[in-house]
Ligand binder design. Structure first.
Ligand SMILES: [Zn+2]
Length: 117
């Protein structure tokens, strides 16, 4: 049976305004999405317009601003795909974040749907 918890979180489920309010601004055309490490499953918020990786859900000033020069997971040092897609149909399935994974991560606040009382 289909379990909706296993569906991939679409970028449309992410509250861009809330992220900006918490200091996640980049250069004004923010386009956020989530990815996870293909090895240890740690989740990262990425900003696709300028291509930035936001590392810490509690402090959005902690970033890697040059992930296109090569990005390694801060937990397990796994090499993210270099000069290849991380997200979308061309990105690896192993890097897609499901609802269950987001709900269980410290990033859950970015999706209002998970935080209804
Ligand atoms: Zn990792």
């Amino acid at each position: 049976m289909h379990n909706p918890d296993d569906d991939v979180v679409p970028a449309s489920a992410i509250d861009f305004d809330l992220i900006k309010k918490r200091g996640g601004n980049n250069l004004g055309e923010e386009d956020y999405d989530v990815v996870k490490c293909g090895q240890c499953k740690q989740i990262y918020l990425i900003e696709c317009e300028v291509f930035t990786v936001l590392l810490d859900p509690a402090d959005l000033s902690k970033r890697d601003n040059t992930p296109n020069e090569g990005f390694h997971c801060i937990s397990c040092n796994w090499s993210f795909p270099f000069l290849e897609a991380w997200i979308g149909p061309k990105g690896p399935a192993s890097m897609r974040v499901t609802w269950k994974e987001l709900a269980e991560s410290p990033w859950r606040w970015i999706a209002p749907q998970l935080n209804k009382t």
